[in-house]
Design a protein around this ligand. Sequence first.
Ligand SMILES: [Zn+2]
Ligand SMILES: [Zn+2]
Length: 163
Amino acid sequence: MTEGGRYSGGCQCGAVRYEWLEPPRYASVCYCRMCQKASGQPFMAFTGGKKEHLRWTRGEPTIFRSSNLAERGFCSQCGTPLTYAFSGTGRMSVTINSLDDPEAMPPTSQYGTESKVSWFDSILGLPAQKTEDWMRPEVRSQLVSHQQADAAGSAPNRAGNRR
Ligand SMILES: [Zn+2]
Ligand SMILES: [Zn+2]
């Protein structure tokens, strides 16, 4: 798909952008300790396919070899985690929520469950608010986003796009 299609994406600041030339083939979440550290979060969600089907349309991620078997890519400008590749597989994954349309690839499996934090399964039962429930309108109206807008088709607002 081309830029703006369901399978394009990029980092928060927009310095790194990609597109899948073929739709990704799989999607999963991983709770392993390495994914926890790489994201600073309880889990990571990845979708991927053949390495040659992923094309960088702006910039490229910086690579950290998190083990002798795996490489993780992130934007050196804003820190967004972007990729995961297990050596020798010919496959590459991107973080699902770096897609312009994060709804496009729902996960179908879970990995690293032995490391899942004990409170994770209970978060859906916690008290919940929308942003408008707690951020006052006068504050919201003054907010200036520095986040790269999602590509057309999934973006409500392209004004913030930094081309
Ligand atoms: Zn960035
Ligand atoms: Zn993991």
